[in-house]
Design a protein around this ligand. Structure first.
Ligand SMILES: Nc1ncnc2c1ncn2[C@@H]1O[C@H](COP(=O)(O)OP(=O)(O)OP(=O)(O)O)[C@@H](O)[C@H]1O
Length: 355
């Protein structure tokens, strides 16, 4: 059980600000993921929590205690990194036992804990193998067992599944989620893969240029991104420029479906995001309030869905993505280039972005 609190954590390398005033709290047993593109400061943040990198300013607290000045070993945090560095000359059992031996745990207790951990990560049958006799996924599980065997209340994982193929990665993700839940471990995870972040986490912190741009549940950051960066990172492809007029948002050559809360004066402009799967199309151009007319520029079949690129009357483009169910999957596409259509969406599907 451990509660982690980061307060105004910053890291500067020379003149370069790698992490800037990051503050967040992870409750005991929660799974938090730092998500963001390469170089945004995820690893540096995680290493400051682990005690591997000293912060320039700010504090790290575990269960209310300031651990900023403590070494990594004194913090008792389990760690798994992408370059997992198993000891090649040791068997699976010896690799997992290593941390306990260093802590001078009694041999019988070591044997008991290693056996139990190998069962949890489903490797008991490979206990006597050497790392080079294991698949990549099995090696990752040894690394996980090795981190878990010291019974850490906090587990730190930096892109631990980056080298695995998709199927193996998914299996490991499910296992990791189960293990951290079962053992009530507080986990801090780093990835640049939004799907991985969404499926694993209780909380996702989206980072950009050293700062946390949005912190929320997976549903919040996916469904209600607050900035263009977060929306973009979450796979939103539709960004429209709009203008307020008497409580109505004008964009794309028409009035958007309301009610929307006007945030600026009349005439002020705003950027908005809409997920392509929220844009519903009907045949024929029918300009009514809450619907936009559009011309189909391109139709692309993706198997499980079909995407349409549309041109709106004011020249902006918009994407619509429709799921293909069993029947429609074999049917001809509903629209093709040049067709006139009407686009609508639920008022809640529109997210006004902060500039
Ligand atoms: N020891 C260092 N000296 C100087 N700059 C560094 C050092 N370590 C990291 N940086 C820089 O700090 C920034 C953040 O690095 P960090 O490793 O935290 O990013 P990241 O988000 O984890 O990226 P990735 O996904 O590529 O690992 C990068 O621009 C990196 O070049």
């Amino acid at each position: 059980m451990a509660h982690v609190q980061l307060s105004d954590l910053s890291k500067r390398y020379g003149v370069f600000q790698a992490v800037e005033t990051v503050s967040m709290e992870v409750q005991s047993g929660e799974f938090l993921t730092l998500l963001g593109p390469s170089g945004c400061g995820k690893t540096t943040t995680l290493r400051m929590v682990a005690g591997l990198v000293p912060p320039t300013t700010g504090t790290v607290r575990i269960d209310g205690r300031d651990v900023t000045a403590l070494s990594a070993a004194q913090r008792g945090i389990g760690m798994v990194f992408q370059s997992l560095a198993l000891f090649p000359h040791m068997t699976v059992t010896e690799n997992v036992a290593f941390g306990l031996k260093m802590r001078r745990v009694a041999p019988a207790e070591i044997a008991r804990r290693v056996r139990s951990l190998l069962e949890i990560v489903r490797l008991a049958h490979l206990a006597d193998r050497y790392p080079n006799q294991l698949s990549g996924g099995q090696q990752q599980r040894v690394a996980l067992a090795r981190a878990l065997v010291i019974e850490p209340s906090i587990l730190i994982l930096d892109e631990p599944f980056g080298a695995l193929d998709r199927k193996l990665r998914e299996a490991m993700q499910v296992e990791l989620r189960q293990i951290t839940r079962d053992l009530h471990i507080t986990a801090l995870f780093v990835t640049h893969d939004q799907e991985e972040a969404l499926m694993l986490s209780d909380l996702v912190a989206v980072m950009n240029q050293g700062r946390v741009e949005q912190l929320g549940t997976p549903q919040e950051v996916f469904r209600a991104p607050r900035t263009r960066f977060v929306a973009d990172f979450m796979g939103v492809t539709n960004f429209l420029k709009g203008r307020w007029s008497g409580g109505v948002l004008l964009a794309g050559g028409g009035a958007l479906p309301g009610p929307l809360q006007q945030v600026g004066a009349d005439g002020s402009t705003v950027e908005l995001a809409i997920r392509p799967e929220e844009v519903l199309l009907q045949p024929g151009a029918e300009a009514t309030t809450g619907a936009l007319t559009a011309a189909v520029l391109q139709a692309v079949y993706h198997g499980t869905s079909t995407s349409y690129t549309l041109r709106l009357p004011d020249g902006q483009t918009l994407m619509s993505r429709e799921p293909n169910d069993g029947a429609s999957g074999y049917a001809p596409l509903r629209f093709s280039a040049g067709d006139a259509v009407t686009a609508r969406w639920r008022p809640e599907a529109v997210h006004l972005l902060q500039s």
